[in-house]
Design a binder for this molecule. Sequence first.
Ligand code: IPM
Ligand code: MN
Length: 359
Amino acid sequence: MKFTIAVIPGDGIGPEVTNQAKKALNAVADTYNHVFLYKEAQMGACAIDETGNPLPEETLNICKKSDAILFGAIGDPKYDNNPTATVRPEQGLLRLRKELGLYCNVRPVKAYDQLIANSPLKEEIIKGTDIAIFRELTGGIYFGIKELSDDKQVAFDGCSYSVEEISRITHLAFQAAQNRRKKVTLVDKANVLETSRLWRKTVTEIAKKYKDVSLEFLFVDNAAMQMILNPKQFDVILTENLFGDIISDEASVIGGSIGLLASSSIGDKSALFEPIHGSFPQAKGKDVANPLASILSAAMLLEHLGLHEEAEAIERAVEKSLVLGITTEDIKNKSNFSASTSKVGDFIADYISNQEDSN
Ligand code: IPM
Ligand code: MN
């Protein structure tokens, strides 16, 4: 089959990890007889440098016309060190999410057996962890009214949620739970926030339609603690934008490295796939960054396109690289061997091609 994939490498390590994901996709295309037509586009600090705009219209148009979007990373120290800059790389990603209506962000967190020792958490706590975090992505405080008083002494960020915004992601979270261990945990701050109370009310109502799925509630402060005390209690976590941002970075510790966490951001018409890690500017161009999160994002992209077998081929190749210890330095094995970004990407692509040969 033929698909158009918008590729936005972005900033920092984005281009190098995205290249490895493309190698994996190319191996899939060759092996399974598909055509992936890549349309490269710019977003983030590199787009500001060239066009003054973190999300050029051309990028938006390319994304709108594609079957799926593969995105690398965004951000640059020159903006991180200057929080008052009014044009910022992150605005590109936030606007893209909003314009394309990518309201449902799914971040799977798994403890791979081969990497248990890489996590600072104890084996007995994390072994067997398998969580899907459903983070609402186009509402809440990220997109509320922002104000700074004229004398710059008072700042304001508004947070709002509508029943409709809550409902659409809630249905997706419950449907996912039906195919998993049938439990949804709503993470909120309903003891303090009005928006959280609306989340509880709406989710409780919707839960009645999914009788095979159990629903639990956790305040976000407690959830942050439970995530490292007993992560195995979680199946699907459903939460709003800001809480999901924070909880998912915390959860990445379970996997042994943030360099492993992939994500999908789904809307009614578009879908974007990206690693949850940032642009890691210290590693830019050094061929040391972990490409697995980007490669696993490509697997999620294939799954979204209905190419299940192909997605599994990528996942098997990733597992194999972990078993053999062909990994970057953030998750290096006991023998202290570490491979470069591109070597890991080559291994994954070769393994995908050869797996099929041996079938
Ligand atoms: C993420 C990132 C973004 C977010 C930033 C880059 C705007 O941290 O995707 O988790 O906060 O959503
Ligand atoms: Mn984040």
